[in-house]
Design a protein around this ligand. Structure first.
Ligand SMILES: [Zn+2]
Length: 263
């Protein structure tokens, strides 16, 4: 959970507006499906009310933009939910509150971090999935929607099969971290990581970010990941610019998981 703020958020590029415009214009013309590309935006590590969370929700509310919210069940309490819910305004259909692991802890003995990975016994994984879903359903009621975002964007194939058996409607991981077996469960994966980027240099980070955005939009579906705890003022300015351009151009359709699934 400890991340450093990426150097791209020290300064925004002077030509940010132009580059975002170019990216969305290119998406309009490269789409082979004759339909607008689809985008979803997913905010992770949700559960604890904060100034940044409130600012994030106000921003999406103001622009009427849908947002997928990945909530860590063990961090959520009735009191916290009341605060989060009050920050979300009166347009409930903008939000897709869903499950982000159980406790967001790493169970891997070495290598990549996993809460739901190969170093755990399947019955324990199943128990945690069920506890997480039950807790969110109990606290959030009908606001909860059964989609699963695994912590660190990864889980093993056995977990994917369990999610299907437990009637989750979809999973949202990182598109580059193992595809799993496609027929196990529908996947809506993220392609653009805004706030936990690994590049050491800002120029390289921006170049990769715009490449990821363009490539995903050209494929027809683009998932963007947010970590609001790591957002500084520049990160909020960038996000607002993106939302403004999306509204102005209308070249991309922005949805959340319920829309993608068709519920
Ligand atoms: Zn997370």
């Amino acid at each position: 959970m400890t991340h450093k703020v990426s150097p791209i958020w020290n300064n925004l590029p002077a030509d940010l507006w132009l580059r975002l415009n170019d990216c969305l214009d290119a998406a309009k013309y490269s789409n082979f499906q004759q339909e607008r590309p689809v985008m979803f935006i997913r905010a992770d590590d949700v559960a604890v009310p904060s100034e940044n969370f409130s600012r994030l929700m106000s921003l999406f509310y103001r622009y009427g933009m849908p947002l997928c919210l990945a909530v860590v069940p063990a961090w959520l309490t009735h009191k916290r939910w009341a605060r989060l819910n009050s920050m979300s305004g009166d347009n409930k259909c903008l939000w897709c509150w869903h499950q982000h692991g159980w406790r967001h802890v790493n169970h891997s003995k070495k290598g990549k971090k996993y809460e739901f990975g190969p170093d755990r016994l399947l019955p324990l994984i199943k128990k945690d999935l069920i506890k997480g879903m039950d807790r969110l359903q109990h606290i959030m009621g009908e606001n909860f929607y059964p989609v699963f975002t695994p912590p660190w964007n990864r889980c093993d194939d056995h977990t994917l099969a369990l999610l299907r058996d437990l009637k989750y409607k979809a999973v949202s991981k990182n598109s580059t971290k193992g595809s799993g077996i496609p027929e196990q469960i529908t996947q809506y994966n993220v392609h653009v990581d805004l706030h936990t980027r690994k590049e050491k240099k800002a120029g390289e980070g921006w170049s990769n970010l715009f490449d990821e955005l363009s490539t995903a939009l050209a494929s027809g579906l683009c998932g963007i990941m947010i970590h609001h705890q790591l957002m500084n003022h520049q990160a909020f300015v960038f996000l607002e610019s993106l939302l403004q351009i999306l509204i102005e151009k209308k070249s991309v359709k922005v949805v959340h998981f319920k829309d993608l699934i068709g519920d």
